[in-house]
Design a protein. Sequence first.
Length: 150
Amino acid sequence: MNVGDKAPEILGINEKGEEIRLSAYRGHKIVLYFYPKDNTSGCTAEACSLRDNYAELRKAGYEVIGVSVDDAKSHLKFIDKYQLPFPLIADTDKKLVEAFGVWGEKKMYGRSYMGTFRTTFLINEEGVIERIIPPKEIKTKEHASQILNQ
């Protein structure tokens, strides 16, 4: 997915087993953020930045939706532990990460593995991608300000 592309109508299934559709957010901007794994330091810092600035994000017209390949049970624990006020899509079949081009080979400590590249897509009220914040630009502890001070 690139700037100017329309996001898919069906985004996925959230932690409660509910289908998340783009049309349910019509009239709102969306922060669709992809992250590697629940309960890891960087992903927790990013989620908490969005949680702590959630009121300001909503005031700016944004709804926040997180996505990782973790399952719903993992998402429920993550949401509960950090009191996250937004849904998390359990993309266990990797359809969304692949559609958005954020799934691929990663390297850490000399080993290669497949994983999610931390990436945020800002989607406008009509469902069109307006801005992409790529992995190298995301500052997990300041992610909300990166979105608000664009």
